[in-house]
Design a protein around this ligand. Structure first.
Ligand SMILES: [Zn+2]
Length: 281
């Protein structure tokens, strides 16, 4: 059975890296979408476009290592985290930050064109309050990331503040404006608003807590599951652990909350469509 966690971080500097992947695998996990963390976490300053590019290359090497040294098949998502942009804008000025992050995002697109990454992310806007001009610039960069993804026919994973129906509708408007395919924009850390997401053309990646997934499946199976595992030894329990997606999936299948068809849709068909990949065991 294929089981995919759609938003998983690894961090050899601050976390347990391959050990986390092996825990996922031992619990029954088979495929991972591994999302870029931050230049700082990877040991780069995060001040110039080149720092982000080096951090993305570093990220690709981590994914390669997972594929070489474990039984899990991993795919990379690369980008610039909205908090990195915020930090840069506050410290070096808005125009400078926009210029450097734009260059870095174009590099992320290049890696998608080359088939080294399956998407751009996590990009979007900060989940905390920021000055108005940083907020607006973040939205511009989010739309630009969607344009880049549209051109490269790759996915984009969005990080945002907590979401409700109204915010899904706002995002739906940006998607229409850009003209990107409705299943290429993934809302990471999504609440279980499966129907609304489908209506506005967003693909929800839902945090795999019992409550969330129970609610999501009542609305349909057009979603993916994620832990947002952060792999940071200093913040244990800050998010769900690496075993959560396989455990929850098996539990729900056993209890009859998921059908076999649901599992196939959530873990195989949906990610294949979003990322344009073929998943096999
Ligand atoms: Zn994340």
């Amino acid at each position: 059975m294929i089981i995919l966690d759609n938003h998983f971080h690894v961090d050899p500097n601050n976390g347990i890296f391959l050990e986390a992947v092996k825990q996922f695998q031992r619990a029954g996990g088979t495929h991972l979408i591994v999302v870029y963390k931050s230049a700082h976490d990877y040991g780069f300053p995060g001040i110039k476009a080149e720092d982000f590019m080096k951090a993305m290359d570093f990220h690709l090497r981590l994914v390669e290592k997972i594929n070489k040294e474990t039984k899990v098949k991993a795919y990379a998502i690369v980008g610039v985290h909205p908090a990195e942009f915020d930090y840069l804008a506050r410290n070096k000025g808005l125009e400078y930050a926009k210029k450097e992050v734009t260059k870095a995002l174009e590099y992320a697109q290049k890696l998608c064109f080359e088939g080294k990454a399956v998407g751009i992310g996590e990009v979007g806007r900060p989940h905390y309050e920021v000055p108005r001009e940083i907020w607006e610039a973040s939205i511009e960069l989010m739309k630009y990331s969607m344009e880049l993804a549209k051109e490269a026919d790759c996915a984009v994973q969005l990080h945002t503040e907590s979401f409700d129906e109204e915010k899904f509708r706002e995002l739906g408007n940006y998607i229409k404006e850009v003209g990107i395919k409705p299943y290429k924009v993934v809302k990471h850390f999504s609440p279980p608003l499966v129907k609304v997401a489908e209506e506005v053309g967003v693909f929800p990646s839902i945090i795999a807590s019992r409550k969330n997934i129970e609610e999501a499946i009542k609305q349909g199976n057009r979603f993916m599951m994620e832990t947002d595992y952060i792999d940071d030894k200093k913040r244990p329990g800050a998010v769900l652990g690496p075993k959560t997606v396989p455990r929850r999936t098996k539990e729900f299948l056993q209890k009859g909350i998921f059908t076999e068809e649901d599992v196939y849709k959530i873990h195989v068909e949906n990610p294949e469509k979003v990322y344009g990949i073929t998943l096999t065991l």
